[in-house]
Design a protein around this ligand. Structure first.
Ligand code: NDP
Length: 295
């Protein structure tokens, strides 16, 4: 068997096209331009790249895009004051604070200061609670799991009744919201983590296997149930001496070559879940703007 490769880049492009069209409609019918504010504190190069690509994408969708570059030494009080200002700004519908924050700032406190209706990362307790109780109509859902669900939908449809899903990883950003989304879609879901015994055997039960671990090529081909849909959330940089001295490459949490031989469908890394994350951020911002009109 050779698995179908789930093209996250193409799905993300489709989503961005839809978001751009809906944003134009919102502007034409209600005079509202979705506004996204991205705050970055410090000069971490990886974060800088993420933030500028988010801002660029927002502008390409026709959004009002604001980027606040704050110095590393910004105090927690000053960052909170910036969040409060953006909460009150009617031209801003989505606020994202790029993580990680410098150590002297309590990230949890900052995230909980964002108005829940502008929390496009979906990390505020109100949005976490809505997702946990199945209120997905109004919840803002974290972008990576929400994007992963769209990829699952593409191969298996919206209703996952009768399917068994295993999520490996229990972070608040990926694993736990993924669990809730799969459950909402009627899958029978198990969440695994570093204390789970016999992970290979558990993975072999999964019609849908989601890997969000942060360990390169950790899940092997023979852990995968034949025909399963495999969603690889992991992004890991490893040495690639075959590309030349000092070179690196990006791999997922799943042994991709092994998965291709066994799975029914698999997301590549890069080009799978990654592009969906940023596209979902645009979709969440649009949703926040639409909800500001409909209440
Ligand atoms: P975290 O480090 O927060 O969580 C990792 C999870 O994996 C934990 O729950 C941990 O278990 C579990 N784990 C670690 N080792 C094992 C093991 N040996 N067996 C079973 N479970 C294990 O990571 P994130 O959820 O933030 O990210 C996961 C991966 O996804 C990373 O590679 C990250 O880069 C990537 N990522 C990709 C995104 C994208 O846009 N594609 C966005 C966000 C993340 P325990 O809780 O017991 O410690």
């Amino acid at each position: 068997m050779t698995a179908t490769v789930i093209d996250g880049k193409a799905r993300a492009e489709d989503l961005v096209t839809e978001v751009t069209q809906r944003a134009a409609k919102l502007r034409a019918e209600h005079g509202v331009i979705p506004g996204l504010a991205v705050i970055i504190v410090g000069s971490d190069p990886a974060s800088q790249i993420y933030v500028s690509s988010k801002s660029r994408r927002a502008a390409a969708c026709g959004f009002h895009s604001v980027q606040r570059d704050l110095p590393e030494e910004t105090s927690e009080a000053d960052l909170l004051a910036e969040v409060v200002r953006l909460n009150a700004d009617p031209t801003i519908h989505g606020i994202l604070v790029q993580l990680p924050l410098p150590r002297h700032i309590d990230a949890g406190k900052v995230i909980q200061a964002i108005a829940p209706e502008k929390d496009v990362d979906g990390f505020h307790f109100i949005n976490v609670g809505k997702l946990g109780t199945g209120e997905t109509e109004t919840a803002l859902v974290p972008c990576t799991p929400a994007g992963s669900m769209l990829l699952i939908e593409k191969v298996l449809g919206k209703d996952l009744s009768g399917k068994t899903a295993v999520v490996v990883g229990r972070s608040n950003i990926v694993g736990k919201p993924m669990f809730n989304l799969l459950l909402k879609a009627n899958a029978t879901v198990t969440i695994a983590h570093s204390r789970t015994p016999d992970l290979p055997a558990l993975c072999r039960t999964a019609d849908i296997l989601v890997a969000a671990i942060g360990k390169p090529e950790f899940i092997k081909g023979d852990w995968i149930k034949p025909g399963a849909a495999v969603i690889d959330v992991g992004i890991n940089r490893i040495d690639a001496p075959e590309k030349g001295e000092g070179k690196t490459r990006i791999v997922g949490d799943v042994d991709y070559a092994g998965a291709l031989k066994v799975a029914g469908a698999v997301t590549p890394v890069p080009g799978g879940v990654g592009p969906m994350t940023i596209a979902m951020l645009m979709a969440n911002t649009l949703r926040a703007a639409e909800q500001s009109v409909t209440g």
